[in-house]
Design a protein around this ligand. Sequence first.
Ligand code: AP5
Length: 271
Amino acid sequence: MSVEGVTVITVRSFVLSYISRMDRQEQNDRAEWLLGPSAKCQVVEEVDHPWRLVLLGAPGVGKGTQADLLTRRLRACHLSTGDVFRALSGRAGCDLSPAMKTALEYMRRGDLVPDSTVWDMVRERNGCLHCGGGFILDGFPRTVGQAESLRRLMVNENLELSAVINYVLPVNEIVARLSGRRTCAKCKSVYHVTELPPKVAGRCDRCDVELFQREDDRPESIKVRLEAYDRSTAPLIEFYEKLDLLMPVAASGTPEEICGRTMAALAIRRA
Ligand code: AP5
């Protein structure tokens, strides 16, 4: 058989084996990441060759949606910096440090939180980088400074990134996705009013809790976020290209189609 044929079969069996495992397993509750190192995650499955991934892409391109699907297939833990900030914003104001209060103001406007605040938060949770199932970083790094800090930390911890997936979508589709997004206040599941609606309008399929619209999904914040992406995060494409880690993936189509594309690209990387 040709080398090409072998690659196709390898890719297909890789994708199918992960998909068949997907529905048998529960997701990690991410307690340590969301609440800090004093919290303990529910039992995490160890995998032989854990994936350590970064998801890149503009706000609203679908990184969180893909992280959710990939987590179930790869067993890697979904580490979203945005989710940590939102979890903090749900706490009583007196519990928050001045740096965190400032961070939440930046977030509401759609601006990036200062690197030093983000880095303190990630460094405090560096145990999550050793997760036995691997990890999927979503929303971090977001500046070249953060990417440099992550690279140094990974070297010190004797860890390597497996790949950086860059999701690509035209800007008009990104704005439509952000404007229609609704999120579950409890389990953080993400829906879209027309593209991925819940079974009962306005309520989460998993926990029957009311869905809400994120403050930074208002039109004025969306504009600020897209500008911040172009200015600060887009340069990471070149940064990771030079390290031979970048994997561009088209983010059009259904979430399952995009996830299939991502899994196929990962299989080629490991083949
Ligand atoms: P964060 O939470 O990371 O937000 P983001 O990167 O702006 O990304 P989003 O969560 O908005 O979008 P997404 O790409 O995950 O898309 P989703 O899957 O939800 O960060 C929020 C803020 O925190 C930042 O602005 C900043 O202030 C701060 N912050 C966080 N990390 C930071 C850092 N490292 N440094 C500095 N500041 C930081 O999908 C969007 C919608 O589209 C949903 O409704 C979904 O249902 C729908 N959808 C998804 N896929 C599809 C599809 N294939 N077809 C149709 N609809 C789809």
